[in-house]
Design a protein around this ligand. Structure first.
Ligand code: ADP
Length: 465
């Protein structure tokens, strides 16, 4: 008998098959790391119209699974020829370079080219769509005869599964032993539908809840960070855990990264300056290997706190390179600085993977002034590339940045941020040995998904014992 733990991970995204953001990255990486720990981890997502079925060699395995739910109204039958509107087709592929099965539920709810219908968190079309997906997950498991020990639900899209197990499936032998873990990746998107709030439902109905860093798991119990759900979270406090995300340590590896000018490691840190001067040259900044280069890569949105970078910062002896895109008010604020101080500030407004890697490789210091940050990846990537983060001590930033690897400030305040960056620059210019050790400490940290997966495994076992 195969006695591996059986885990079904249900989510709206999985990288690289269907990615919008960080949620997809977690779902793409965690099951592979769990498989290496000898778990039978599988993923289930909707079969979106945008998914490339030939690239991922997606095969039909179970046609026409009946969902049989009158309250769910799909688009009129006949709007798409591939399937009937009363059933779903179940397809399968693997996560690339792995044996992790990915199941895809096909139905005309998911045929559109966009993963989410709109940028709105509470678009009614999406609520119906993911409620249907949640129902289809449980029906598919029975047809597959895959009886998971645990269903790992992620964000509001799949939260309804926990409630369905307690109601519709309450007396179903098949799911008798099945437990649920609900992971909150983004508390801001709650899927509210009239009187129902799916994020809240997931928190209340799951056996155990987690979020993506220990500090954030405590912060969300407060009014400041709880997004209106702090009282509901407080009710489940004993069952709420925080596990840090990992980063893709193969993709973000200064020793092998093909997107950067020159590869290097902790032992050949001097070569990092070649990346710095190349970046300066490419962006038209004065080329000087001695001047501190301060980087930032982020979405320019309220959460990320970039407005703390004010004109005052032009007084500091360093160069700033910022890459990001988002809201115009933040973009314009930064672009004004670049206009006024062209030799100090370079602002690049776009999404650019290669330039992001070049900034990680070329920066001495990396800024992360977030208002709140469930986990945050850029500080970890920066450290892996031998940069020292200057970060606000909040959420996952607090858990990953300490005085051995970087600098933090507490209050969300421009002056505190400024002073902290100034302190970092003083060490950079005047205490090179201490500076070097700081960078090496950061580079030697373990940011791998294996580490995170071990934490998840501990949590699964706690639930199943
Ligand atoms: P969030 O998920 O809130 O956007 P994270 O720090 O968790 O923030 O993850 C951000 C990821 O997106 C990082 O890998 C970062 O390098 C990448 N990223 C953000 N903005 C850009 C951009 N403009 N160009 C390239 N990569 C970006």
């Amino acid at each position: 008998m195969d006695n591996k733990l059986k885990i079904l991970i249900a989510a709206a995204e999985v990288t690289p098959i269907a990615k919008v953001g960080g949620l997809g990255d977690v779902i793409g990486a965690l099951p592979k790391a769990l498989a290496k720990l000898n778990l039978d981890a599988r993923v289930i997502i909707p079969f979106y119209g945008a998914i490339d079925r030939s690239k991922y060699k997606i095969k039909l395995i179970k046609p026409n699974i009946k969902i049989g739910e009158a309250s769910i109204n799909p688009r009129p039958a006949g709007s798409h020829p591939r399937h009937s509107s009363v059933g779903v087709n179940l397809w399968q592929t693997n996560l690339p370079n792995s044996a992790v099965p990915v199941y895809l539920i096909e139905h005309n709810f998911f045929d559109g080219q966009e993963i989410y219908s709109t940028a709105l968190a509470d678009d009614p079309a999406d609520i119906k769509k993911y409620l249907f997906f949640s129902r289809a997950i449980l029906a598919s498991l029975k047809v597959l005869d895959f009886k998971p020990d645990l269903i790992h639900l992620n964000d509001w899209h799949t939260a309804a599964v926990a409630e369905m197990l307690k109601t519709d499936y309450q007396n179903d032998e098949f799911f008798k032993q099945t437990k649920t873990l609900y992971t909150i990746h983004n508390l801001a998107n709650q899927g509210p539908a009239g009187s129902k709030n799916y994020m809240a439902e997931g928190i209340l109905n799951s056996d155990i809840i987690s979020t993506v860093s220990p500090t954030y798991s405590r912060e969300i119990l407060t009014k400041e960070y709880g997004a209106g759900l702090e009282n509901i979270l407080l009710k489940r406090k004993k069952r709420l855990y925080g596990i840090l995300n990992g980063i893709d340590t193969d993709f973000f590896n200064p020793q092998t990264d093909k997107l950067i000018e020159l590869n290097y490691s902790a032992d050949t840190l001097k070569k990092k300056t070649v990346n710095k001067t190349a970046l300066q040259g490419q962006l038209g900044l004065p080329q000087d290997k001695n001047i501190a280069l301060v980087g930032l890569v982020t979405r320019f949105v309220w959460q990320k706190g970039v407005e703390l970078i004010t004109e005052e910062f032009s007084k500091l002896s360093c160069q700033f390179v910022f890459l990001g895109a988002g809201e115009k008010r933040y973009e314009d604020g930064l672009l004004n600085l670049a206009k006024k101080y062209p030799d100090k500030f370079k602002i690049i407004i776009k999404f650019d993977e290669k330039l992001a890697h070049e900034i990680y490789a070329g920066s001495d210091i990396f800024l992360v002034p977030s208002r709140f940050e469930p986990c945050g990846l850029t500080q970890m990537i920066a450290m892996r590339y031998g940069g020292a983060p200057v970060a606000r001590a909040t959420g996952g930033l607090k858990d990953t940045v300490n005085s051995k690897v970087g600098f933090t400030f507490k209050k969300f305040d421009s002056t505190e941020f400024y002073k902290t960056l100034k302190r970092a620059l003083a060490i950079y210019y005047h205490q090179p040995k201490i500076w070097r050790q700081l960078l090496i400490n950061g580079m030697k940290q373990d940011f791998s998904w294996t580490k995170s997966a071990k934490e998840y495994l501990k949590l699964y076992k706690k639930l199943l014992k």
